[in-house]
Design a protein around this ligand. Sequence first.
Ligand SMILES: CC(C)(COP(=O)(O)OP(=O)(O)OC[C@H]1O[C@@H](n2cnc3c(N)ncnc32)[C@H](O)[C@@H]1OP(=O)(O)O)[C@@H](O)C(=O)NCCC(=O)NCCS
Length: 243
Amino acid sequence: MKCERQITVGAKSRLKALAELRSRFGTAKTLQHAAFRFVNRFFHFDCLHVIVLRRENLRPLDPAKAARLSTKIATLEQLKEMKKQGCWGLPEKTVDYFKRGDTCLLSYVDGNLAGYTWALESRCPTLVVGLTLSVPREYLYNFCGFTHPDFRGYGLQSFRHHALLNHQQWRDRKGLLGFVVHTNCSSKRGQDKSGYRRIGKIYIIGRGHKLYAHLGRSLRSMGIRRINAVQAKDEVRQTDGRT
Ligand SMILES: CC(C)(COP(=O)(O)OP(=O)(O)OC[C@H]1O[C@@H](n2cnc3c(N)ncnc32)[C@H](O)[C@@H]1OP(=O)(O)O)[C@@H](O)C(=O)NCCC(=O)NCCS
């Protein structure tokens, strides 16, 4: 009985999200999004856009909007509390991420917690299970951005990008690097507003850990390459040795 109710609630909220997507981005993009997300429940078949925000391309914020926004680096206690609340879409491995040195930057609207984004400590992001990359050290890998639905549209996404690049910890980085699933229109819009540019695509197909991934030539020429778990551990060890 409880299970049936959960399924109905889940289906209703998915339909609501699709209706909202349709009103913002039109029917064609909504159908494309729904089809890809449906297929990806059974196996991976997707296209990831790899994007870079170079410091010199960072677009200025709207001062009127930005006046209401702020950020702060999360503590482990805050993350555990947010996990308990259950409405923040935090990654399953939040505590592990924190313990391995990744930073979660919390963002606020008028002092109310409204979202977050993550900065990876190492240079070996796992984009999806089974696909780990090595990326140039001069870029900060930014992942898992999230804005609570009550606070979407306030421009938090760009505000967080500014906060990361202006933070003294990452002043030496040329910019931010990340990826977005090609059907995530809201995220792409927020990234465009910051000045992100697409530098290449990764096509993935497969199941579980067995993934075939094709990285475009532009990515390979920038030094972005796929690595396996052993190589990832070695690279992390080298990073630890240097810092
Ligand atoms: C993507 C996401 C982080 C954007 O955050 P945000 O703080 O709303 O960002 P912005 O305020 O800059 O808005 C970005 C775009 O989202 C769309 N948007 C605005 N309000 C929205 C709402 N209530 N619901 C859905 N999309 C909305 C708009 O297209 C907006 O661009 P516009 O202002 O030019 O119209 C947020 O939608 C989210 O958390 N989504 C779920 C997780 C996710 O997809 N993360 C990104 C992984 S790459």
